[in-house]
Ligand binder design. Structure first.
Ligand code: UGA
Length: 430
């Protein structure tokens, strides 16, 4: 099939590469020239394991190309995916500016019938609006077959997730769109669900909101664990053995970040509120998440009531491992609080470059974790990069000034760390 993907973010790029790998002829379109220039050179402009190699392979075999020219791209394709961003506005609602301009662009250059698939995470009712926006800006009166096809891939494992989806959801009132998508997804062996467009839009929000709820739930339980002296990791393990609950997303820690959960929980809550059906549980999910870094710093302050002048090593800047994405990364509110306490910070991350704003605020970046921990009064783990699990902690113990280790991701073995004479503290006892 010939496919056009509009929006070369991590969802659009990964989706394009995977469709090309399955033998389709894929064109990636973005109005951002710098992204297209980089992709045309075969250079992925963000960090995503395995994607760079597969991108080059697909470009070499001629199945994947990139353009910033919407006119010919839209004219020459009949199957179009919209994968542009839907960031949060200040009021918590999703910003549909990019979706609308993608729809208007399709309208402007549309020359015949098109199947238009919305893959961006969009509020309930948006796919219907996309169809209207296309028609309103089109001179060509032929039909639009619209569908909503939510994406469930995670950053850091995007390629694996796109190649092995848990399910495929197709929301559409158009039998032509459903049939095209069924053909496209026929190589996948996972379940495929056909719904209305609104149900598909809601499945995406409800899924992310539920996963966020699991995280905030276990984070609240972790606080109780701290009070009563129970390991939250044991509680999560025991709960997860119940197949109705499952072990995933029960890792207590500093809370969720990234470009999806925070914005999607907000948008879903706002939509429900505006319709007079408040999702009170989600309001609390967000509250718990926002307070988690404060709770953590308060634990730190039980050891150091004053952090003034203390040398703190922060391990991890990305919102999760295997990505260079720092959007809503909890490392930043943690560093903000430490700076307000007048601590001096050395930050390490395997891939993230600290911005000049943070450098100006006095944070030092160090690319070698062993140099970063030298003479440290306190180490804080903010991202569960496997690098930190693999560190030689006996060596670290020799390098630090004081052996305080606060593991904000519960990623290290508490017993092992204590045997190495660290004063180790995770979230939820230890
Ligand atoms: C999330 C969803 O998992 C994907 O299914 C969805 O497609 C994506 O949002 C999206 O809407 O585009 P992502 O944000 O990339 O994916 O990453 P996750 O692995 O879900 O992690 C989100 C955050 O939750 C991270 O900050 C992570 O550290 C945190 N987390 C995750 C926990 O604190 N505890 C856990 O047990 C799991």
């Amino acid at each position: 099939m010939k496919i056009l993907i509009i929006g070369m973010g991590y969802v659009g790029t990964t989706t394009g590469v995977v469709f090309a790998k399955q033998g389709h002829e894929v064109t990636g379109l973005d109005i951002d020239e710098s992204k297209i220039t980089s992709l045309r050179k075969g250079k992925l402009y963000f960090h995503e394991p395995g994607l760079q190699e597969m991108l080059l392979d697909q470009m070499k075999n001629g199945r994947l190309q990139f353009t910033s020219d919407p006119n010919s791209a839209i004219e020459n394709h009949d199957l179009l995916f919209i994968t542009v961003g839907t960031p949060s506005l200040n009021n918590g609602k999703a910003d549909l500016t990019y979706v609308k301009s993608a729809a208007e662009m399709i309208g402007r250059y549309k020359n015949n019938e098109k199947v238009v698939i919305v893959k961006s995470t969009v509020p309930i009712g948006t796919t219907d609006k996309v169809e209207q926006w296309i028609h309103q800006s089109a001179n060509d009166p032929s039909a639009i077959h619209a569908a909503m096809n939510p994406e469930f891939l995670r950053e850091g494992s995007a390629l694996y997730d796109a190649l092995h989806p848990s399910r495929i959801v197709i929301g559409s009132q158009s039998s032509a769109a459903v049939s095209e998508l069924k053909k496209l997804y026929s190589p996948f062996s996972c379940p495929l669900l056909v719904t209305s467009t609104k149900a598909a839009e809601m499945i995406k929000y409800a899924s992310n909101a539920f996963l966020a709820t699991k995280i905030s739930f276990i984070n609240e339980v972790a606080k109780l664990c701290d009070q009563v002296g129970v390991q939250v990791t044991d509680v999560a393990k025991g709960m997860g053995m119940d197949e109705r609950i499952g072990p995933a997303f029960l890792q207590a820690g500093l809370g969720y970040g990234g470009s999806c959960f925070p914005k999607d929980v907000k948008e879903f809550t706002e939509t429900a509120q505006s319709l007079g059906v408040p999702l009170t549980i989600l309001e609390d999910v967000e509250k718990v998440n926002q307070l988690q870094s404060h709770y953590f710093i308060n634990r730190v302050k039980e050891v150091y009531p004053s952090l003034k002048g203390k040398k703190v090593t922060v391990l991890g800047l990305s919102f999760k491992p295997h990505t260079d994405d720092i959007r809503e990364s909890v490392a930043y509110p943690v560093m903000d609080q430490l700076l307000k306490e007048e601590a001096s910070i050395i930050a390490h991350d395997p891939v993230v470059n600290l911005s000049t704003e943070w450098l100006k605020r006095g944070v030092t970046q160090c690319w070698d974790p062993y140099v970063a921990v030298k003479n440290s009064d306190l180490i804080i783990i903010t991202t569960n990069w496997p690098h930190y699990e693999k560190m030689n902690w006996a060596r670290v113990q020799d390098l630090v000034a004081h052996p305080y280790l606060f593991d904000g991701r519960n990623m290290l073995d508490a017993e092992e760390m204590k045997n190495l004479k660290f004063k180790y503290q995770g979230i939820g006892y230890s």
